[in-house]
Design a protein around this ligand. Structure first.
Ligand code: ADP
Length: 361
């Protein structure tokens, strides 16, 4: 008898789980020394308390305390919960309750056994995150394939058609026309491939960020000259800024900022009717540069506006105009990298105004 008592004591003193005996009101009457590891308190200090006294504040708010209490008062249940350890860190615990009713013990008592499962909860969280990333990557890939197969096909078909014509017909004028048309389609293909690569780099965190002093007037003029004037000769693009004021200097990454305004300006022209105009307003106020790109184009339908920055999303009125739906999502990320903001207002068949605000410091 003495030997077996000694053995029980040995087990109780050395168990890594926290084993407690509770009275009918669920108050702890006995706790093993492992209370120090599991909750951070000496066993004697948790006697007279309830396990619910150690719940973390966030967990109580999230789960509703009364429901939690019911679980704890229901012997036989297994419950997972979060506590604040005495070292102030949050830990996840799992407790199983067993009712003990023995002839020689007058009242029903409850035995609880508690284990720290923080690591396995974190492992599960990590796994879930990895799985959802995996899901995102798989969605991303299937979107990419479908865009590639639809959008890349059109320019290739135009190039193919031009080659076929040139095989059977000749003439300087025809050759010139065909070459121009093929060049335009190759430009489109190049810009789509560049978008896909930017998106892939963003998804894999490989976008370089090399800030330098950028003269915004110069940069916007470059974008207008190189990115839009050639591709949209029928659209007049005007840049407005205070000529007499000080230079508009932004500390930013040249390639990213160039991409932002290249995309916004190309979109403004692409989604406009021939012979309309696009206006770019540049201003500075309170250590912030604001660039507004205003067009009189097809606009964005109200129902499509909330998802316009989602990659691969295209508005319902844009389906007949070539595009991949990735530019704006990249623009948004690049603006965010500069701690800036992008907003827009748009009305169908009236036009759109995209506004980018970037801190100059
Ligand atoms: P893309 O133009 O290649 O489709 P973007 O990501 O640049 O991709 O734009 C996403 C969508 O937003 C476009 O497909 C179009 O529906 C809409 N959009 C963007 N800019 C404009 C604009 N200035 N006017 C009208 N619609 C626009």
């Amino acid at each position: 008898m003495v030997a077996s008592m000694h053995l029980y004591e040995l087990i109780a003193d050395n168990t890594t789980d926290l084993v407690c005996l509770h009275d009918t009101s669920n108050t702890i009457r006995y706790a093993t020394p492992s209370a120090k590891t599991i909750l951070g308190y000496h066993a004697k200090d948790i006697v007279g308390k309830r396990l619910t006294d150690y719940l973390s504040e966030d967990f109580i708010t999230e789960m509703d305390f009364e429901t939690l209490q019911r679980f704890f008062d229901n012997p036989g249940a297994r419950i997972r919960y979060q506590v604040r350890h005495a070292d102030s860190r949050l830990r996840w615990l799992e407790t199983t309750f067993t009712s003990i009713s023995k002839a020689h013990i007058k009242e029903v008592i409850i035995l609880s056994s508690t284990r720290d499962i923080t690591e396995s909860v974190h492992l599960t969280d990590d796994l879930m995150e990895a799985l959802s990333n995996e899901q995102e990557i798989s969605n991303f890939k299937s979107n990419l394939y479908s865009v590639a197969s639809h959008e890349f096909k059109t320019p290739l078909a135009v190039i193919q058609a031009n080659i076929e014509i040139l095989k059977v017909k000749s003439g300087e004028k025809l050759l010139k026309l065909s070459l121009t048309s093929m060049e335009e389609e190759i430009d489109k293909l190049n810009s789509m491939i560049a978008d896909m690569l930017q998106l892939k780099k963003l998804a894999t965190n490989e976008t370089p960020f090399l800030p330098a002093d950028l003269d915004m007037v110069q940069l916007l003029e470059e974008v207008i000259r190189h990115d839009v004037a050639k591709a949209f000769p029928d659209i007049e693009v005007k840049l407005n800024f205070d000529i007499k004021g000080k230079p508009f200097i932004l500390i930013g990454d040249y390639s990213l900022i160039r991409y932002v305004f290249g995309n916004l300006l190309s979109n403004a022209c692409k989604y406009s009717n021939k012979n309309s105009s696009v206006v770019v307003n540049l201003s500075e106020f309170d250590n912030h540069l604001t660039v507004q790109v205003v067009d009189e184009g097809i606009g964005i339908p109200k129902k499509d506006q909330p998802t316009i920055f989602t990659s691969f999303f295209r508005a319902s009125n844009a389906v007949n105009i070539a595009g991949t739906g990735v530019g704006l999502s990249i623009v948004k990320e690049f603006v965010k990298k500069h701690e800036g903001e992008i907003t827009f207002i748009s009305e169908e068949e009236k036009g759109s105004t995209f506004t980018v605000t970037l801190p100059t410091k």
